[in-house]
Design a protein around this ligand. Sequence first.
Ligand SMILES: [Zn+2]
Length: 125
Amino acid sequence: MAEKVVMGYVKCPVSGCSEFASVMKTAGTRTQFYTRCPECGCDQRNGQRQQNWIKDNMQPKKELLQATEPVAPVVEQKEPEPASGPDPVRPPRPVENKPKTTKTAKVGIFAVFGLVFGGLCGLAI
Ligand SMILES: [Zn+2]
């Protein structure tokens, strides 16, 4: 039996166990990881979930596992955006509401009206 090469270490997946399990590879065509805990023994579950878990959590040294263990997930706190200063207040512009065309338009209407009225008068007379 060939000596197993320790690929790394994971924290023992067994709940309540605080040991570090060594990770090894199975020999053969289907290479899979398995763990061996000094307390719990071998864990050779070959499910994809278990395999992924080992890959994701495996560290090359036990010390790294201990170092990473207490790290809490870092929550990035967004600083509140600095309140923008008061908007530059623009003095309301006096609106000139005198269309220039009104006068000439009125003149035009009167002119037309006068022509028509005058024509009618001319006919009536
Ligand atoms: Zn264990």
